[in-house]
Ligand binder design. Structure first.
Ligand SMILES: [Zn+2]
Ligand SMILES: [Zn+2]
Length: 519
């Protein structure tokens, strides 16, 4: 973040904080601004000389991996993923490109990862293109949509549908041809500098018609030339190690953009996370029109809020927002808004329209639950405890509730243990019976991490009480019930197990909270 932003942030942050009615939001303006600087950009669809036959080069030689990485670094990106066409290279070429990626990473200092763009190219008939990430080996599957997805998954990777509605020109047809497929993570919503309304409509249809679907958007340049790298990006929060970038892409913890950044939190939960509620929610929205280095100056013009309940307009040919906000035009800003939640509301996502581009968030998901009280969860990420949001274990009758939370922050072990913290909401009291941490590995197997330590802020060692699902529980009191200080419990889980890195962490809590803080 540039120094001028920090000053503006502090000033506007302080003012906004003063005028906000207390209790409307869990995130202060100041912390919303601090949050902005942890969002980093990358480009997940970049070509090089390994795809030199590609007609997009006009018959010329493509740039080297090194040249593309240098262009990305100049643009202020933190990573790129090389995705040359499998149809234009051999397995040997692909492993040679991996060596080039390592060299480019060493010389530029940004992450240069190796992926693949799977699917047939000119002059053959194509069923579409599929972007393969985090694969363990080169794949060259049959030319049909489901086979491409399956081959990538079998190679230990995951993928996104590339430009689903782009490049249908004469005999060159690169549309995605089969929407009955399963096993893919999402699709390019923004591609080569522009947003595809057709892709957004398809994305919305899939989420609307299949309530259990978790399909995510991604923004990529499809750069063939260095000048195109980073013209479309995907932002993620926090660490930019290859593993953490893949983790965010796999779990929809990301934002698409052709430059500016819009982000939001709901009940303290970040994009990609889930909020359990039955009541109206406050969105804490922050933006930065010039988040990338050397970006053309711009200001916000409009913020649109979309949910699965957005209605389709045949007149406009697209889904309409459930709410539109016109903030006073600033380069960097913060605002809040409230949205109603019904039993049908399953997610919320934002679109920011700026004078210099557009930004689309992936959803924050809604689990229409009790709206009850609960502890907050925090995860140690190597430098800080990061908020994961509220764990809803509300039950008015005092019956234990088991709540599973998919952890958004990649936990960083300290002395061989993952560190989590439960902090009670100021208004509530929780009886906690058991906590567990598990990981899902690439092949779908589950790894358990045993609880080895639990320290209550006032009662000390409570490990014994939290190990089993039984009648023995520990009470955690919020500030309103405890002389102004919320109690907390520090948890440590042994980071045992295979050396393969998990694709998801699941934190499970069993307990009960009888107070409904929103009733
Ligand atoms: Zn393509
Ligand atoms: Zn491409």
């Amino acid at each position: 973040m540039k120094p001028i932003h920090v000053m503006t942030a502090i000033l506007i942050g302080a003012l906004a904080f003063l005028v906000l009615p207390s209790g409307t939001s869990f995130v202060s303006a100041a912390s919303a601004f601090t949050e902005l600087q942890y969002w980093h950009a990358g480009d997940q669809h970049v070509h090089s000389e390994y795809s030199s036959w590609d007609a997009s080069y006009g018959g010329g030689e493509g740039p080297t991996v090194e040249q593309q990485a240098q262009a990305a670094e100049d643009k202020g990106l933190s990573w790129i993923i090389m995705t040359d066409h499998n149809a234009m290279m051999t397995a040997q070429d692909w492993s040679d490109e991996g060596v080039d990626c390592q060299a480019a990473e060493a010389s530029t200092g940004i992450k240069v990862m190796l992926g693949l763009e799977v699917g047939n190219c000119y002059p053959y008939f194509s069923f579409g293109h599929y972007l393969a990430y985090d694969i363990d080996y080169y794949v060259n599957p049959p030319n049909d949509c489901q086979s491409m997805i399956n081959a990538v998954n079998q190679a230990g990777g995951f993928g996104f549908i590339a430009h689903p509605f782009a490049f249908n020109y004469l005999w060159l047809d690169f549309y995605w041809h089969d929407w009955d497929v399963t096993g893919y993570k999402g699709m390019e919503i923004m591609h080569a500098g522009t947003v595809s309304i057709a892709a957004i409509n398809k994305w919305h249809d899939i989420l609307k018609n299949n309530p259990s679907a978790r399909v995510f958007g991604i923004g990529n340049s499809d750069a063939h030339l260095p000048g195109q790298v980073g013209n479309t990006v995907t932002y993620k929060y926090g660490s930019v190690s290859a593993y953490d970038v893949y983790f965010a892409l796999r779990n929809g913890e990301s934002i698409m953009s052709n430059g500016p950044l819009i982000t939001f939190k709901m009940g303290g939960t970040r994009i990609g996370g889930t909020v359990s509620t039955t009541s109206a929610q406050t969105l804490d929205i922050a933006w930065d029109a010039q988040h990338l280095e050397g970006q053309q100056s711009g200001v916000i013009q409009k913020i649109e809020v979309y949910t699965n309940e957005s209605s389709y307009s045949y007149w406009y040919g697209r889904y309409l927002p459930v709410k539109t906000i016109i903030p006073s035009q600033t380069e960097t800003g913060y605002t809040t808004t409230t949205i109603s939640v019904t039993a049908q509301t399953r997610y919320v996502r934002l679109k920011g329209i700026f004078s210099n581009g557009e930004s689309y968030t992936n959803p924050i998901w809604i689990n229409y639950g009790s709206g009850g009280g609960c502890p907050y969860l925090q995860v140690w990420d190597g430098s800080d405890y990061v908020d994961e949001g509220l764990l809803d274990i509300h039950n008015a009758e005092g019956v234990d509730v088991t709540y599973e939370h998919t952890v958004m922050t990649v936990p960083e072990p300290v002395n061989g243990a993952y560190q989590f913290r439960l902090i009670e909401h100021p208004k509530t009291i929780s009886d906690i019976d058991q906590v567990q941490l598990r990981a899902i590995l690439e092949d779908g197997t589950v790894q358990e991490f045993p609880l080895i330590s639990a320290r209550h802020s006032e009662d000390g060692n409570v490990l014994d009480l939290l190990l089993k699902s039984d009648d023995r529980r520990i009470v955690e009191q919020g500030a309103d019930h405890n002389g102004g200080v919320s109690q907390s419990i520090d948890l440590r889980f042994a980071a045992l197990g295979p050396h393969r890195e998990p694709v998801a962490f699941i934190f499970t809590i069993e307990g009960c909270n009888m107070i409904c803080k929103t009733c």
